[in-house]
Design a binder for this molecule. Structure first.
Ligand SMILES: [Zn+2]
Length: 362
């Protein structure tokens, strides 16, 4: 199985495809969107095109591996992942996938194997290198060039819903799109979206996307909710092992609630949590750095939004914890508060939120 890994790839690249013209990057981006929409057949065609245009794109190979794997074309998928690792030895995700796909499915509790030990060692090395890089960046002053914007929830996961029926998932998507447009127009920072439509992306997948884009900031956009309809205002969160307050723990539980679905899905796929190892080193440095970013963003919310500032908090947010870059989660008001739900309906208020976030990035 392992030696046949690369077979089939060349044939695949020659497959005739009728597609509009575009750059390799655009095709890869389209491929990623199709994977998120679970349209794996079209994703394979688009990604093959991306690779034809740029055979050095480890990103496109990694995505191709994911699409092929979903189609059950395991040998070809392993071939694509191997190519991704050849082009970029630092591609932990593809290495993890090769590992998962070339060993027997795990049954019962996880046991340590030789492969695990080797993987653990290389993950450690990578984490150390990452920590060094972060320290170097901190010395020079962190500059954001690429930001990944995550619209919270989506698809079956509507997020919180207001009394008048406004859904968190649609507000976050609109805010994310507007922010993307604003940043593109300003031209100082490149931005990417974890979802561009009303579909669900697993929480862990969202940071995998950020890591693949090599973003230097990850922003997850959410709208808060509380049984107490009087609760109102904006908050900024970053990741920490322990919640900074009971309320922070409650918000994290709310935002992590799709997790039970994700975990079931991962168990079915025989996932090994190698990335968990990474948490011990570099991640914690990222978390500290995220705290500094959180201060800046909440300052903008405080001065630019006509709602109360509830300050900065930290808790264990699953969507943030695996990011290899500073990552924050914004709660831009309470959808459960009728006054703020009405505000969130308004284009003018949404524009204010977007401007505040854009200035926070700058
Ligand atoms: Zn949310």
């Amino acid at each position: 199985m392992m030696s046949q890994g690369a077979m089939g790839l060349s044939g695949l690249l020659l497959a005739p495809t009728v597609l509009p013209a575009g750059s390799a990057f655009e095709y890869a981006l389209k491929g990623q969107e199709l994977i998120q929409k679970q349209d794996y057949h079209r994703a394979v065609a688009v990604l093959a095109r991306a690779i034809k245009l740029d055979p050095t794109s480890d990103w496109a190979y990694g995505l191709l591996g994911r699409a092929l794997r979903e189609l059950g074309r395991s040998a070809e998928a392993v071939g694509a992942f191997r190519q991704a690792v050849r082009l970029n030895p630092g591609d932990t995700y593809s290495r993890m996938m090769i590992d998962i796909m070339t060993q027997k499915p795990l049954a019962g509790p996880r046991r340590k194997t030789k492969v695990d030990a080797r993987e653990e060692q290389s993950a450690r090395r990578e984490a150390q290198a990452m920590a060094q890089k972060l320290n170097a960046d901190a010395g020079l002053g962190y500059r954001v060039n690429r930001v990944v914007i995550d619209a919270g929830h989506g698809g079956f996961d509507s997020g919180a819903v207001g009394l008048n029926g406004l859904q968190e998932k649609s507000v976050t998507l609109d805010l994310a799109r507007r922010l993307h447009q604003t940043l593109e127009r300003q031209g100082r920072v490149r931005s990417f979206l974890t979802r561009t439509g009303d579909y669900y992306v697993p929480l862990s997948e969202r940071t995998v996307i950020a890591n693949q884009y090599r973003a230097d900031l990850f922003i997850s956009i959410h709208i808060n909710a509380n049984k107490n309809r009087r609760a109102h205002g904006s908050e900024t969160y970053y990741c920490s092992a322990k919640a900074s307050s009971k309320e922070a723990a409650r918000v994290a539980a709310l935002e992590n609630s799709a997790l039970s679905y994700d975990e079931k899905r991962q168990r079915k796929q025989g996932y090994i949590d190698i990335e968990q190892i990474l948490t011990t080193f570099g991640q914690k440095l990222n978390w500290q750095e995220s705290g500094k970013f959180a201060v800046g963003f909440q300052d903008r919310f405080k001065t630019e939004l006509p709602i109360k500032s509830r300050g900065i908090h930290s808790a264990n947010f699953f969507v943030l914890r695996k990011a290899k870059m500073p990552a924050i989660l914004l709660e831009a008001g309470f959808i459960s508060n009728p006054g703020e739900e009405a505000l969130l309906h308004q284009a003018g208020f949404r524009a204010k939120i977007v401007d505040a976030i854009a200035r926070g990035i700058a």
